[in-house]
Design a protein around this ligand. Structure first.
Ligand SMILES: [Zn+2]
Length: 67
């Protein structure tokens, strides 16, 4: 199978290692912030997508999840 974002060959899961790391970082960030900000997963993603410092890989993941 291939990564659904970049088409790289992968053994399992939905994402390649690079996008997988970005996804894990997103999830860990959410665990940290959801109590402080009181945001749902989707609200968190939408907010992060607007932040200038958010990386390209992370934005690709966000677009995939929200899309
Ligand atoms: Zn990928």
């Amino acid at each position: 199978m291939t990564c659904r974002l970049c088409g790289r060959e992968i053994d399992e899961g939905a994402y390649c290692p690079r996008h997988g790391v970005a996804y894990t970082n997103l999830e860990e960030g959410y665990q940290k912030w959801r109590h402080a900000l009181g945001l749902s997963w989707v609200q968190y993603l939408e907010r992060l997508d607007k932040v200038a410092g958010t990386g390209k890989l992370v934005k690709e993941i966000i677009a995939d999840i929200l899309g």
